[in-house]
Design a protein around this ligand. Structure first.
Ligand SMILES: [Zn+2]
Length: 64
């Protein structure tokens, strides 16, 4: 299982492969993999909050 963040609404969810449309905003979004791959956030299977923060920030920048 991987963690993904929606480029449109910053919705974060856990699923093997991201769906075509976001379960939250129901748009066709780009999903970024925010799964943890380093020991600092607990390793595979966990959510990397640092990645989430950077991805969410990038999403807001595009809107503004
Ligand atoms: Zn969304």
């Amino acid at each position: 299982m991987n963690w993904w963040i929606c480029s449109e609404c910053d919705y974060v969810f856990e699923v093997k492969k991201p769906p075509e449309t976001c379960p939250s905003c129901r748009k066709k979004c780009v999903f970024s993999d925010v799964t943890c791959y380093v020991p600092e956030c607990g390793g595979p299977g966990n959510l990397d909050m640092k990645l989430v923060a950077t991805k969410a920030k990038a999403a807001r920048k595009r809107v503004n």
